[in-house]
Design a protein around this ligand. Structure first.
Ligand SMILES: C[S@@+](CC[C@H](N)C(=O)[O-])C[C@H]1O[C@@H](n2cnc3c(N)ncnc32)[C@H](O)[C@@H]1O
Length: 264
């Protein structure tokens, strides 16, 4: 099941990021890991909110996503913020040309299989930044704050990287990324839109399941006292940030007197 980007989901995502400061906090974890990098490619960038933060310290950033809606919204943000060093491209990452390379490649909540890690590592000159949910969840494990299945979590990534003998470091964090709503109707819409295709795919759709999710969501909502977003669905997002070093880079970093940042 693919990620749904439309006017509503883009608006919810932008609003949640601005309300919680999620991407600026995430950027403060990632930024030091890119201290010796000039170029970055974000595979499956979505709205590119992390890239907008990181680009301030980089020479150029390429954001790639297959969703025209997401890339269109990102281009508007790039224009509005005057970020001249970000290019947003509509493309399938599987079509990435072998000739293109960047100092770092970012995969943030992206990838349907662990093999994607090894595949996209080939496009990095220095390292890959991989951001994943702390825990994988199956398709049927859904509630008001965990709306989508997560194919792999920190344990699976650790097993994969260790098995491939790829040198890595990991950091764990819980960053608030809940959803503010304009009304209860807005909150129900959120649940309906995010869960409909997934529930169908898992074969657990139907009015009873939807009512269960609405009830779950309503029991978790908190009042904010704000006129614009009177209710908020809290969600501490538990994540792991992996830094996967290219082996050759690791060896030269050990011997280079100029290295600014050594991962290992
Ligand atoms: C869960 S979202 C994550 C978005 C973003 N990286 C973030 O952290 O907010 C996954 C994104 O991958 C994009 N995507 C999925 N398959 C893709 C592919 N083959 N090529 C390019 N983008 C893809 C989707 O459109 C979606 O924006």
């Amino acid at each position: 099941m693919d990620f749904i980007w439309n006017e509503k989901t883009l608006d919810w995502f932008r609003t949640a990021s601005a309300y919680t400061g999620f991407h600026s906090e995430l950027a403060s974890i990632v930024r030091p890991r890119l201290a010796d990098c000039e170029t970055l490619c974000d595979m499956g960038c979505g709205l590119g909110l992390l890239d907008l933060e990181l680009a301030k310290d980089l020479r150029s950033v390429l954001c790639v996503d297959q969703s025209e809606a997401a890339i269109g919204a990102l281009r508007e943000l790039i224009r509005a913020r005057g970020a001249r060093n970000i290019v947003a491209r509509v493309a399938d990452v599987n079509d990435a040309s072998a000739g293109e390379r960047w100092d770092a490649v970012l995969m943030s909540f992206f990838g349907s299989s662990l093999e994607d890690i090894a595949r996209f590592l080939a496009f990095c000159d220095k390292r890959m930044i991989l951001i994943v949910h702390e825990k994988a969840t199956a398709g049927r494990c859904v509630n008001a704050v965990s709306l989508r299945p997560k194919p792999f979590g920190a344990a699976e990534v650790t097993g994969f990287l260790t098995g491939r003998k790829l040198p890595f470091q990991q950091t764990h964090a819980a960053i608030e990324f809940g959803q503010p709503f304009k009304s209860l109707e807005d909150a129900r819409d959120f649940i309906r839109i995010y869960t409909s295709s997934m529930l169908e795919a898992a074969g657990v759709g139907g009015p009873a399941e939807r009512e269960r999710l609405y009830g779950d969501m309503e029991s978790r909502l908190v009042e904010t006292g704000r006129a614009d977003y009177p209710v908020y669905l809290p969600k501490p997002k538990r994540i792991a940030v992996f830094v996967v070093e290219k082996a050759a880079q690791r060896d030269s970093a050990r011997t280079s007197p100029n290295r600014k940042y050594g991962i290992l």
